[in-house]
Write a protein of this length. Sequence first.
Length: 307
Amino acid sequence: MKAKPFIKWVGGKGQLIEQLEALLPVDFDEWENVTYIEPFVGGGAMLFYMLQRHSNISSAVINDINEDLTTCYKVVKDSPSELVDSLAAIQKEYYSLKNDDMRKQFFLTVREEFNTKTLDPIRNTTLFFFLNRTCFNGLYRVNKSGLFNVPFGRYETPTICDPVTIYADSELLQNVEILTGDYQQTFEKANGKTLFYFDPPYRPLSNTSSFNDYAKEAFNDSEQERLKYFCDKVEKEGYSFMLSNSDCFSTQAKDRYFDDLYMDYFIERVIASRSVNANPSKRGKLTELLICNYRPNKSHSLLARTI
């Protein structure tokens, strides 16, 4: 059973794994007793990959400001059987509905219950999974009050309950510490040979392309700069980091925001695909930034040209 992300997540790194692997420290597999930290865990594609690929990782720490998301990780880790039973029940109920109107009404009722923020962890996670599988494009987006507001996605028989993945993920998460809150708290977990992988909300490529509403707290340029200063702290203490973000320069030639902000570090461009855009003509290949505080191995054929 191979562990993999148990939810859909915009910006998930599944498609970039090979390129991220190629840009790990050259001697990473020679490190001993590695501490691996993801301060913005999201869907966890990189986490699940790293824990299965690199056996020298002796401890891992994940964090996210989204409490509903970290509750999911905790429930998958600690209560997989209860979660599978609950998901099977809601999947059966949804599948029994005869038409789109009934399914949409069921979705809206579930969304309203989820937004009460009064549920126990199993129920909250069950509804999180359900909404993730049945909402439009599997998005997770909240309004300024922190309430989930993605519309119905019109899926007739989505896979809501996937026991194989849940049990495999639960087993892998047993040695992972799960935190909730501001990413800076993860610094206290660094120890010895430590690698941070940052995958924060991306800076919008344009004024109309913003999609970073994973939590009610805005992640604006001030937050991007606060994160850079945190990277400086990581560097000063002798730890290693990789950081992903959007490549503003690729769409606006005068926008060297990240090139200037991280000018003291190594900046690579990797090839990704954009799948979430209201305009189909704006979906497709683009470059993203990968920034690190060590000289990366540039030999991988999938890397884009460094500007």
